[in-house]
Design a protein around this ligand. Structure first.
Ligand code: G6P
Length: 610
C-alpha cells in the first residue's frame, strides 16, 4: 500500500522519479507526488489521479541539472481523502523538509496537537505530516539532520517505511523502516530506495533489504545503514532475480491478461526440480524434513486470494496427509486466541510477502512458539524472511492487482507439500506418483484452456450487463467458487458471491429469479452427481447456468445456458485448471464494462496496513 521511490545521484530528474513510481503504481494509485532537492531548495509537485498526467519536467525546469536527490510517492489513502493537499511528499512549516511515507502513524493525533501547541501549522489531514514537523522541531536541538530524523522516528507509534529529503543537505535521502518494506538499490554513482524491487531493476540488480528498526542515508556515491538508535549495521547485498521484461506488459493490453497467459510456465516453475519420482514425493529445499514430520496439525494464515488458496490447501493437507488443518484470515489470527500447540505448523501464504495482517499473524504465531513456514512469491519479502523457512512459488512478478498466476502456483506448491507430508504419513507410493503425474500434465492442460480464450470472451460479453452473480461449488470447488467471485467483483465491480453448493438451500436460493447467472463448478468426479442435482434445482427456478465441467459431460451442458469444459485431472487439482476460465471470464467482463482491469478502484496490490 503506497509506493515509495527515492534516488540519490547527480543525474536525478522528475522523469526518473515518475518512472520509478509508475512501476509501483499497483501498490496504490489515488494520488501521487514528488520532490527534487537542490542546493537550499526543494521543488514539490503533488497531483490527484493516475501518475504522469502533467508535464513534470516543465514544472521543475529550474531544478534540472542542479538536482542531487529526489523522492516520489504513489498513494493509497488512509488518513484524508485523495487530494493534492493530502498527497505526499508532506512538508514542514519551512518547506525545507519533505517526507513520503507508507504505513500508519497511530499516535498522530496526539503528536499533531503537541506540535500545534508549539506553533507548527498543518496543511493536510494526513498522519504523515507530523513527521516533517517533528524533524523540524528536533533540527533546532539535534546536531544534524540525521540525528533529528532518528529522534523524530522514536516518537512514532505505528508502522512506517519513510524517505525524507532536506534542502540543507540536498544530496542525501534519509530512509527508515518499521513495519513497511524498504529496499535499497546500489547502483553506479547512484543509490536508490523503493518499497519493493520493481522500480530498482531499471537501474541496478544489487539490492539490500532493510529490516524493521533500521535506517539508511543514501548518497550518490554510497550509503550508510544503521539502526534506529544510530548504531551502524552492515547489510548483505543481494541480486534481484527478475529482469526488466518480466515487469513490462510485453504486448498484452493488461498485466492481468499477461499473467493469466503465463500460467502454463508459472505452474511448471512451481514444481520444476521439486518432483522425486523414485519416491513418489516432492523435494522442498526450504523446509526441513524433521519440521514436517513432527507437525500434528497445520494452521494456515493468509488474506484475499491467498486465503482462498489456503482453503484448498486445507482440503489437500487433510485428504492427502491426514493432518487436521485450519485456515484463518491474517486479520483474525491475532485476536481470535488461536490454539497453538508445540506441534502446530503455521503456514503463511502471501504472494507479496508483505501483507500486514498475515505478517502480524506470523509474528503472533512465533510469539506463541509455533514453527512457521512461508509460501511466498516475492523473494526476500518480509514474510518470507520472518518465517525463516518456506517454499517460494516462483511465479515471477505479479503486477495486476487481481492475483491470478500466484494463485495457481500457490496451489501447485500446496499440492507438493500435501504429497510430501502425505508420503511421511502413509500415502502410498502409487498415490504419490498419481498426483505427481497429474501435476506434470497441468502446464499443457492450462495451455489448452488458454486456447479457448476467444470462446470465453464471447460468453463474457453476453453477461457483461448483469449485476449479480452466484458462483457455486463443493469441496475443492467451493474455494474455487470464492476465488471466481472475488475475481469478478475486484475488477468489474459486479456483486458476486461464492456459495457452497449445498448451502444454496439455506439462503442463497432466495436470490435465484429467472435469468440470474449462476456459475456452476462441476468438474470433480467424486461429487459430480451432487452438482448435477444442484444444476437441476437452479434450472427449475430458471437461474441461468454457466457450467464449468469435465470434458465430455454433455448431461450438464444440456442444463446450462453456457458451458466451459476443462481437461480431466484428479479432483484435488481441479481448482488449478478451473480457475483459469474464471479469471478469463472476469477479465473479459471487466474489459467489456470499461473498467481499469489492472488498477481496480479502491484496491491495492500490496496491503501493508492492518
Ligand atoms: C490484496 C491483493 C490481492 C491479494 C491480497 C493478499 O488484496 O489485491 O490480490 O490476494 O492482497 O495479498 P498477498 O500478497 O498476501 O497474497
Amino acid at each position: 500500500m503506497c509506493g515509495i521511490f527515492g534516488y540519490a545521484g547527480p543525474d536525478v530528474n522528475p522523469e526518473i522519479l515518475i518512472e520509478g513510481i509508475k512501476r509501483l503504481e499497483y501498490r496504490g494509485y489515488d494520488s501521487w507526488g514528488l520532490c527534487v532537492a537542490s542546493k537550499d531548495r526543494l521543488s514539490l509537485l503533488r497531483r490527484v489521479g493516475r501518475i504522469g498526467g502533467v508535464d513534470a519536467t516543465a514544472l521543475m525546469l529550474g531544478q534540472k541539472g542542479a538536482a542531487q536527490a529526489g523522492i516520489a510517492h504513489t498513494r493509497w489513502a488512509t488518513h484524508g481523502a485523495p487530494t493534492e493537499g493530502n498527497a505526499h511528499p508532506q512538508v514542514d512549516c519551512s518547506g525545507r523538509i519533505a517526507v513520503i511515507h507508507n504505513g500508519i502513524i497511530e499516535n498522530q493525533a496526539a503528536l499533531r496537537s503537541t506540535l500545534e501547541s508549539k506553533g507548527h501549522r498543518f496543511s493536510s489531514e494526513t498522519d504523515t505530516e507530523v513527521i516533517p514537523h517533528l524533524i523540524e522541531e528536533f533540527l533546532a536541538t539535534e546536531p544534524d539532520f540525521s540525528a533529528a530524523f532518528l529522534a523524530a522516528l522514536k516518537l512514532l507509534v505505528g508502522a512506517y517505511g519513510i524517505a525524507a529529503v532536506w534542502a540543507g543537505e540536498p544530496d542525501c535521502v534519509h530512509v527508515a523502516r518499521l513495519g513497511s518494506p524498504i529496499v535499497l538499490g546500489v547502483g553506479k554513482n547512484r543509490t536508490l530506495v523503493a518499497s519493493d524491487p520493481a522500480p530498482l531493476v531499471a537501474h541496478t540488480r544489487d539490492v539490500i533489504y532493510l529490516d524493521d528498526g533500521e535506517a539508511a542515508i543514501l548518497h550518490g556515491d554510497g550509503f550508510e545503514t544503521r539502526t534506529l538508535e544510530g548504531a551502524p549495521v552492515s547489510k548483505r547485498v543481494q541480486q534481484i532475480a527478475f529482469s526488466l521484461p518480466d515487469i513490462e506488459r510485453g504486448g498484452f493490453p493488461h498485466f492481468m491478461l499477461k499473467e493469466i497467459s503465463e500460467q502454463p510456465e508459472s505452474i511448471h516453475n512451481a514444481f520444476r526440480g521439486r518432483i522425486v519420482r523414485a519416491e513418489g514425493t516432492a523435494k522442498l529445499g526450504g523446509v526441513d524434513l524433521a519440521l514436517l514430520r513432527k507437525a500434528k496439525r497445520c494452521h494456515i494464515v493468509a488474506c484475499g486470494t491467498s486465503w482462498n488458496a489456503g482453503m484448498i490447501g486445507k482440503y489437500l493437507l487433510e485428504n492427502l496427509a491426514r493432518i487436521p488443518t485450519q485456515v484463518t484470515f491474517g486479520a483474525e489470527f491475532r485476536y481470535s486466541h488461536p490454539v497453538i500447540e508445540p506441534d502446530t505448523l503455521v503456514i503463511a501464504i502471501s504472494q507479496s510477502g508483505e501483507t500486514a495482517d498475515t505478517l502480524a499473524g506470523i509474528r503472533e504465531a512465533k510469539l506463541q512458539g509455533a514453527e512457521t513456514i512461508g509460501i511466498c512469491n516475492v523473494v526476500g519479502s518480509t514474510i518470507a524472511r520472518e518465517c525463516g523457512k518456506g517454499i517460494y512459488i516462483h511465479a515471477g512478478p505479479e503486477i495486476g492487482v487481481a492475483s491470478t498466476k500466484a494463485f495457481t502456483s500457490q496451489l501447485v506448491v500446496l499440492s507438493l507439500l500435501a504429497v510430501h507430508m502425505g508420503r511421511m504419513r502413509g500415502l502410498s507410493l502409487r498415490a504419490g506418483l498419481l498426483y505427481l503425474d497429474a501435476l506434470e500434465k497441468l502446464p499443457d492442460q492450462a495451455r489448452q484452456l488458454l486456447d479457448k480464450k476467444d470462446g470465453i470472451a464471447a460468453i463474457a460479453h453476453r453477461y457483461a450487463g448483469f449485476n449479480n452473480f452466484l458462483y457455486v461449488g463443493r469441496l475443492y470447488e467451493y474455494p474455487t467458487a470464492l476465488e471466481g467471485a472475488l475475481k469478478l467483483k475486484e475488477i468489474s465491480y459486479i456483486h458476486a458471491e461464492g456459495v457452497q453448493a449445498a448451502e444454496m438451500k439455506h439462503g442463497p436460493f432466495a436470490l435465484i429469479e429467472p435469468g440470474v447467472p449462476v456459475v456452476l463448478l462441476a468438474a470433480q468426479a467424486e461429487i459430480r452427481d451432487k452438482m448435477m442435482g444442484n444444476a437441476h434445482e437452479i434450472a427449475a427456478r430458471q437461474g441461468r447456468i454457466i457450467a464449468v465441467a469435465q470434458e465430455g459431460d454433455e448431461e450438464i451442458a444440456k442444463l446450462a445456458a453456457d458451458v466451459i469444459f476443462i481437461p480431466k485431472t484428479l479432483d484435488p487439482l481441479v481448482p488449478i485448471l478451473e480457475v483459469i476460465p474464471l479469471q478469463l471470464f472476469a477479465y473479459y467482463v471487466a474489459v467489456a464494462r470499461g473498467c481499469d482491469v489492472d488498477k481496480p478502484r479502491n484496491l491495492a496490490k500490496s496491503v501493508t496496513v492492518e
